[in-house]
Design a binder for this molecule. Sequence first.
Ligand SMILES: NC(=O)c1ccc[n+]([C@@H]2O[C@H](COP(=O)([O-])OP(=O)(O)OC[C@H]3O[C@@H](n4cnc5c(N)ncnc54)[C@H](O)[C@@H]3O)[C@@H](O)[C@H]2O)c1
Length: 428
Amino acid sequence: MLDRIENRSAEIAVIGLGYIGLPTAIMFANAGFRVTGYEIRKEVVEKINSGKAHIVEPEIDSLLKRAIENGNLRATSDPEDIRGKDVYIICVQTPLKDDKTPDLSYLENAVKTVANTMKKGSLIIIESTVPPLTTVKMATLIEELTGFKAGRDFHMVHAPERVMPGRIFKELVYNSRIFGGITPESAELAESLYRTFVKGQTFKTSSTVSEVVKLMENTFRDVNIALANEFAFLAHQYEIDVFEAIELANTHPRVRIHSPGIGVGGHCLPKDPHLLVWPAERDFGLIRLAREINDSMPLFTKDLLFSALRELNVPPEDAVVAVLGLAYKGDSDDTRNSPALAFIGAIEGDVAEVRTHDPFVGGSAGSVEEAVEGADAVVIATDHTVFKSLDWKKLGRLMRTRILIDGRHVVEEPPKSFLFRGVGRGEY
Ligand SMILES: NC(=O)c1ccc[n+]([C@@H]2O[C@H](COP(=O)([O-])OP(=O)(O)OC[C@H]3O[C@@H](n4cnc5c(N)ncnc54)[C@H](O)[C@@H]3O)[C@@H](O)[C@H]2O)c1
């Protein structure tokens, strides 16, 4: 297997061609491997095979076109097309159920497809973020389905993905990577495979340590954002700008306070803390409380909006509200668990009309002007770069009442003719 990896003749199947799987498949294809992407959504398969990406990401269109044109990448919905591959890389989603416990059904189905198509000696890599001990459990499932012995007849690794949407192709190359093997040999094989394009540091460990590392990273971020959000609540009580306070506190050599805002979204941060504590036996107060604080931020933003409406004598039930941004993060089209949607859900029914505009997301107003025309309030819910240079003087002239609520610290200088409120910006 090592020879086949080193001379790039190892054949790779990537299972799940979403935000992580498609870029990963493209990287291996452009590194010289023959890659088959297996994806259950047929429309995604068709689009990819025609050389077009179904996700927004810098550089993806040209890199995908190159991979398709040089014949190294092909997408399929037929499991027969991934029979007998040397390597299987699983990149399916691992969301939460409504009761906040992990929904591992996508992963289990992907593992079953692998078990039905793999050969003796295959290397199976789980890139999806999973609860601790999952890789070992999936290896046992494969043993049961195939009669193969893990570590002897097949190799298995958890190789968590750390990329940030918007920087995926840079980070795939330069981020450091962790390879958690069910055996040291499994980890070594995976490391050699990724070394064909990764320039960052690489580390080998067990699969359970690797699973915990990935979940600790996102839990660290979630808990620290919750702390920043608590500082934001305090800033409103003391009538100061929390961003000024954070900037000054961060001049301390050992302090790095995160940024507060309308909430935490995306596929990963809102669920990974739950994946970390779910199989554990004791209750984890701090981690769960941080989740609750971050989930409460869209409601806090609603409070800012409603108090501003009342201050200008606009009954909330008569108000027209324009929400700028639907994606969970700036310059992305990804709306999964977006706090913008949670915010809209919280005000809909309590106001007369909600309009939305997001330049990256379909189905919303075509322009900012269209969205704000005749509105009583504008709420910035996503920090898209284009929102930083909006001409508020001009937009204000189109509005019925001039209220601006900034949920993402996009507006540096509150525009003079507006009643301005921002998360953490105190009262102005
Ligand atoms: N998106 C990120 O920024 C990011 C970053 C780090 C880690 N992760 C982790 O990576 C994993 C994948 O995330 P994503 O954002 O790429 O998800 P995604 O939803 O964009 O992609 C998953 C894809 O897998 C497909 N799929 C589901 N079940 C399948 C099956 N049985 N066979 C074939 N295809 C199947 C889906 O149709 C979908 O296209 C998750 O565990 C996530 O937590 C994501």
